[in-house]
Design a protein around this ligand. Sequence first.
Ligand code: HEM
Ligand SMILES: *[C@@H]1O[C@H](CO)[C@@H](O)[C@H](O)[C@H]1NC(C)=O
Ligand SMILES: *[C@@H]1O[C@H](CO)[C@@H](O)[C@H](O)[C@H]1NC(C)=O
Ligand SMILES: *[C@@H]1O[C@H](CO)[C@@H](O)[C@H](O)[C@H]1NC(C)=O
Length: 600
Amino acid sequence: MAHPLSRYRLRLLNDFIRIAFVPFLIFLFILSVLHVRPGFLLLPFYLPFVFSCALVRNFYSDYHRRQDAYARGAKLPPQVVGRWPGNLDVLIQRRRAAQSDYLAEFYHELFQKYESTTLNLKLLWIDMYITMDQEHIKYITATGFDRFWKGRLIKEMVEPFLGAGIFNRDDEEWKAHRSLARPFFSRDRATDFELFERYTNTTLTIISSLSASGKAVEVQDLFSRFTLDAAAAALFGTELDSLRCALPVPGQSAGTRMKIVTTDKFGSFAQAFEACQDVYMGRITKGYFWPITQITHDDMTPHVKIIEQCIHPMAARAVERKAERKRVGMTSAEKQDVFLDHLAEHTEDPKHIQDQLLNILLAGRDTTSCLLTFITYFMALYPDVVRRMRADIMEHVGSGVPTSENIKALRYVRAVINETLRLFPPVPHNIRETRHEPVVFPKTDGTFGSPQDNDSIYMPANTPIMFIRFLTQRNQALWGSDAEQFDPDRWLDDRLARFLQNPMMYTPFNSGPRVCIGQNYALNQATYFLVRLLQRFDSFTLAPECQPEGSLPPQGWKHGRGRQAIEQIVPTAAVSTYVKVCSTTSHHVPSYSLIHYFFR
Ligand code: HEM
Ligand SMILES: *[C@@H]1O[C@H](CO)[C@@H](O)[C@H](O)[C@H]1NC(C)=O
Ligand SMILES: *[C@@H]1O[C@H](CO)[C@@H](O)[C@H](O)[C@H]1NC(C)=O
Ligand SMILES: *[C@@H]1O[C@H](CO)[C@@H](O)[C@H](O)[C@H]1NC(C)=O
């Protein structure tokens, strides 16, 4: 079945019964006790009644939770208290902050205001935990892994798009995906330098010719194409050629969204792929009650149809190829070069193949292009860093093609990558949910609370928690007072000890059983690209004059905190981190957008 029943409608119905219908029955009951005949005139009484019921229910569940927490030797974290009922003002502020504030500053201010690294946002009376506490993140992702899962909230938002893929499943199903996908991204694949060279070459050719004619390069757009084409080759075995399509012209194509202009099926595939992420982000910003806007139609489905039209025939061909291999007597143990064929060895269900492909494409594309975008941004800001990277490369690689051995020797380049992933983690936060049991976080020393001191934090069952590594990785309490400075040397001098003693303060690739399986792949691909780039260019400049209006940092930031005062671009986040490129307020998808660096 291509589109599983949209569970969110059922959920909404359930919520409706709980919030409005049960009070309705109670209301009727009260009326009958009072011998009042029901009628429309009573509507003005009914609505406040529903509201009061919500308050009472909320009050009761808070009370119950506090008792349960104490009984377990724990306490509730501070709860954000807004001015309006249901913290509606906080919800609105958050939306506004996502459009105009420095990335995650909204959350940072809340953590400071309530003097706690874990909080309950409590939006519209619904529990929503946020944390930047490395110990809590450790418990969620590693030591207490079994007590959490991806959860209902996220699943129902992306079901049509990511379906039964690795990102969207838990337990046995997830394990099966993971053991299927992991071998493919093993060492062999992660060092597929032939493939890296092919797309690096095309990308550098574009940069060379633009720079030869003194033009600026839109790096974010270019890197999205680079990683998309490389991913398509490795996953589908297809030339997507987005690098050969018309590139956006710096300063002219401001604000347009989809930059893949081809109308062939791959062009529309790429667009549909982004549109799905767009819809997903919209759902997240609307919050818990997003399905109200999608009762009659699911915004995601039309885009998913386009994706299907593209992938199903490829999946079918892969299944044929498998039959062909069997016929000529090849064993399935032989290594498959293309992920699609690797999948077809294990399943013939085209929907299953599609889900897996899309999940990996999502995981691997924007993340790596984000890394490259922010590294080159820092390279443009700090010429001295470029000089040292080049020296590192000249010493260990020279001017030839890099090998996996000499990539390992590039310590300074790796420190630059580490430092970039620290300040701008491509995945700035993740969301998990407690299962059907409440959770008590261990205390800092690893022990659990005792009934005398209610020191550990308590989380109710079925409650989402967002962990914001973006803030953990800039926390001065962990990194020292220079936490917001870009300084690759912190990975090479005694400051490294801080990280070695407390590895959870830096988790760009996540940690625990769901740690990223593409880590080596991504690091190798990015390093390979940087080596080739730096063998050719020695100076990088930002070209703010080419940047579209509204995409430069607002004046007020000059007096802001930390990096705000020095930032030359506006970092923003959708599913992954990206550079803001236009002034429109729609939360559109990062890729194919504009930022211009001059490569000279
Ligand atoms: C700089 C690049 C990358 C970064 C920073 C990154 C980061 C992450 C993070 C934070 C997660 C955890 C997400 C969550 O649990 O919700 C993750 C998961 C994952 N990543 Fe990456 N990733 C990168 C590149 C890649 C690449 C290139 C691939 C594959 C080609 C990949 C494949 C995956 C997969 C399959 C998962 C899901 C693992 C699971 O749920 O068991 N990633 N990645
Ligand atoms: C790309 O490859 C071709 C053929 O190997 C080579 O002549 C050219 O110099 C390469 N271009 C870049 C930018 O590396
Ligand atoms: C980079 O970070 C990793 C952890 O992700 C660490 O093990 C490694 O030592 C760091 N290396 C350098 C050179 O910074
Ligand atoms: C812990 O909770 C109990 C309520 O069960 C309360 O009486 C006690 O004062 C609390 N202890 C601390 C240290 O807050």
